[in-house]
Structure formats: structure tokens, C-alpha cells
Design a protein around this ligand. Structure first.
Ligand code: GLC
Length: 404
């Protein structure tokens, strides 16, 4: 079986980490030939090659890359873009690159890739949309996807919540829910820990390290986190904002300068450190006492939460979307209401005050991760779905042949 992944960027966010995990498992399986096609160069390309996965980069024109749902100007252009002369030569190039590899399955990983895949899929390939997003919450892209839903053979939804959304919005598309997996060995409880501060004086004994690990998308709730910290000035907390603006779409992300200004305005600038995404995020997680997730709108899955739970951290997650289903409040983590900085502050204060509670929640979180987030399980489900799809295709083809 030949599987081609199509990813709409060369950077690494949650969706790309999931894709790499599946790629690694498929490589190990040995019965599948995997290749990756991206629209730009970047760390994803390097990581895939390190796994032995061949990669093609078909660079997307910058004007197309920047188009996103968030920018109003972008919306009109996004619609026009696929018909406009801007897009046509690119689509042709992409179609050729995809067809040249003769995939049995074209597995697209992100909204833009779903559209590109639908427009360029070769005749012999099945199209699988791996849904990491709420399609209905993207009025623009969502509508375009609905328009080409017939070309999609199966969609994988990363959570029950994403599946429910897709079922309502794309009723014709066959859906399989495959919860994301985590590499449980890499995200082990024991292992190296990143030194988060070069100066030990910043974290005297008794300091509680609290971190938000996220891309700089505005809905990830960095502002909520900073406001919660402002309510906790009396506690020995040092905070870390780990991540950066990784995607290329316009105006949907914070800049670091904006976040620094916000930290200054809320009076917590001296207690917050900004760090880039580490290539390996597990040692960063292990260095934190508490991992906060603060998304202000529905989080499709929340891979960072699953990773933090796997490393046995005490997590506080926002109660919305797929993320709410990862944590059982009070049993293996804590939940707070989205955008409720007061509620988040209460949860952080509770964990900061009680090491035993942190350890109890962390141990339970690891047990949940072992039961639920094993990436071998996720990859097996992906492979089973590909096989099912191809079997049905062949059956349909032979039935058609018999009738003819
Ligand atoms: C996207 C979603 C996030 C999910 C990740 C992996 O980044 O926003 O919730 O964890 O994809 O599926």
C-alpha cells in the first residue's frame, strides 16, 4: 500500500506531531510505503526524513500560504484564490507531484490540505481527510470543504467532539474517530528535564513552575493565563510561556512583543519567561510542576494535554471541546471554564499549595495516558481504516467489473 501525506506547511504543530507519529508507526509496520508532500520546507521535513520518510516540497506561493480564515481580506481572496490564475499553476504542479508517486491513499492533514487534496487527487487514490479542526467553525473554508466533500472517501476525526461537528457539517463524509496518540516512551515520567532558567536565583527552593505550552494562536488563551498569574502575585510561582507563532496565516496569532506587553500591563513581566518550542518537548514538560491549557474556544483535541498527562504532570485544562474529554476533573487533572482567569487562578493556587495533590493527579494522569493515548493504538486504527477503504474500493471495482 502506498500512502502519501499532504501537509499544508513545513512547521511542526500538534497536527504535524500526530502525523509524524503515524508515519513512524507505518514505517515500522513494513507493509506500507509512506511519503510526505509539504507546501513549504521546515522542521517537519527534517523530522520526516530522519524517520526515513521521503519528502517532496512543492512550495506554495506566499500569497496562497498566508490566506487564512481569520483575515477578512483573506476570505475573499481565499475563495477567489483557487480559481484565480494565482492558484491554477500551483494546483497543476501539485497534481503532477502527487500523481507521480501513484498513491493508493492521499492522507491530508489540515484544512488547506483537505481542499488542495480534493482539487488534485489522482483518479486511483482514495482521499482521507484527517480532521484536526472544527470544520463548522470555519465558515469560509468549511463551506469550500462541503463543496468538495464528495471527493473525500473517509475522514478521521481526532476526537468525538470533532466527529460530532463533522457529522453535522459534512453529513456525506464517512467518519472514523481516531483519538490522537502520544509516544508513551518518549513522554515518560522519568527522563531529562530542561533547565528553564539560566539563573538559579530566579527559582529559589519552593518555587512552583507553571507553564503554558502552545502555538501563539490567539484562542490558545495566553491572555487568560497572564491575567490568572496577575491574581497570584502572593504565591512563589514562576511562569513559562513556551511556543511561538508557527503558522503562516495572517493575523490569527499573537506576536511575542504583544504577549510581553500584556505581561507588563498585567504586572507579571518579571515572573514570566518566554521560551521557543523545544524540538523535544518532553524534557520541558518534566521541568514543569503544573501544565496549563487555557484555550478560550473549543479545543479539537489538545495534544499538549495528553503529552503532559503522559509525563505525569498535574494539568489544568480548559473545559471545552475535545480537551474537556481528556481530563476527568479532580481525578487525573483539573478543569476550568474557558476564558475564566479567576477560575484558572484558583486551580493554579490549589496545585501550587499542595505537592501531594500534584503528585496524585500526575500519577493518575499517567495511568490515563497509558490506557488511552498509546500512539501504537492510534496508528493501528489508521492502518485498519486504510485497509478497509482499499478493500471496499477493490470490491466496488470488481462488482462494477462483474456487472459490466
Ligand atoms: C490541532 C488542534 C489540537 C490538536 C492537534 C492534533 O492543532 O487544534 O487541538 O491537539 O491538532 O490533533
Amino acid at each position: 500500500m502506498r500512502v502519501l501525506f499532504l501537509n499544508p506547511a513545513g512547521c511542526i504543530g500538534g497536527a504535524e506531531r500526530v502525523l509524524l507519529g503515524i508515519g513512524r508507526a507505518l514505517q515500522a509496520d513494513g507493509t506500507v510505503a509512506v511519503r510526505l508532500l509539504t507546501t513549504s520546507d521546515g522542521p517537519l521535513v527534517d523530522d520526516a526524513r530522519r524517520l526515513g520518510i521521503g519528502v517532496d516540497v512543492v512550495p506554495i506561493p506566499p500569497a496562497l500560504a498566508r490566506l487564512g480564515e481569520q483575515s477578512f481580506a483573506g476570505r475573499a481572496a481565499w475563495a477567489a484564490g483557487f480559481r484565480a490564475p494565482l492558484a491554477a499553476p500551483y494546483l497543476l504542479r501539485l497534481r503532477r507531484a502527487i500523481a507521480a508517486w501513484r498513491p493508493d491513499v492521499l492522507h491530508t492533514n489540515g484544512l488547506k490540505a483537505h481542499l488542495l487534496g480534493a482539487l488534485t487527487r489522482p483518479g486511483g487514490a482514495r482521499l482521507v481527510w484527517h480532521l484536526h479542526d472544527y470544520v463548522s467553525s470555519r465558515p469560509f473554508t468549511g463551506r469550500l470543504l462541503r463543496g468538495c466533500a464528495r471527493r473525500c472517501d473517509t475522514a478521521f476525526a481526532v476526537s468525538e467532539d470533532v466527529a460530532a461537528d463533522a457529522r453535522a457539517f459534512l453529513p456525506r463524509v464517512p467518519l472514523v474517530t481516531i483519538e490522537n496518540g502520544v509516544d508513551l516512551a518518549r513522554f515518560a515520567v522519568a527522563g531529562p528535564r530542561t533547565r528553564l532558567d539560566p539563573d538559579a536565583a530566579l527559582t529559589p527552593p519552593g518555587t512552583i513552575r507553571v507553564g503554558l505550552v502552545a502555538t501563539y494562536a490567539r484562542w490558545k488563551g495566553h491572555d487568560v493565563f497572564l491575567r490568572a498569574l496577575a491574581r497570584l502575585r502572593h504565591l512563589p510561582i514562576r511562569a513559562y510561556i513556551i511556543g511561538g507563532p508557527i503558522y503562516e496565516t495572517d493575523s490569527s496569532q499573537w506576536t511575542r512583543a504583544e504577549l510581553r506587553a500584556l505581561a507588563a500591563a498585567t504586572g507579571v513581566a518579571d515572573r514570566v519567561r518566554f521560551l521557543d518550542f523545544a524540538h523535544d518537548v518532553a524534557p520541558v514538560m518534566r521541568a514543569l510542576d503544573v501544565v496549563v491549557h487555557a484555550s478560550t474556544s473549543r479545543e479539537p483535541f489538545g495534544l499538549v494535554i495528553a503529552e503532559a498527562m503522559s509525563t505525569g504532570r498535574a494539568v489544568i485544562a480548559s473545559r471545552a471541546g475535545g480537551a474537556a474529554a481528556l481530563v476527568t476533573d479532580g481525578a487525573d487533572g483539573l478543569l476550568h471554564d474557558p476564558a475564566d482567569d479567576a477560575g484558572l487562578a484558583v486551580a493554579i493556587a490549589r496545585l501550587a499549595a499542595d505537592a501531594a495533590d500534584r503528585h496524585r493527579l500526575g500519577a493518575a494522569a499517567r495511568a490515563t495516558a497509558e490506557r488511552r493515548f498509546d500512539d501504537a493504538r492510534a496508528a493501528a486504527a489508521v492502518l485498519a481504516s486504510y485497509r478497509h477503504l482499499l478493500r471496499n474500493t477493490h470490491r466496488q471495482a470488481s462488482t462494477a467489473g462483474a456487472v459490466a
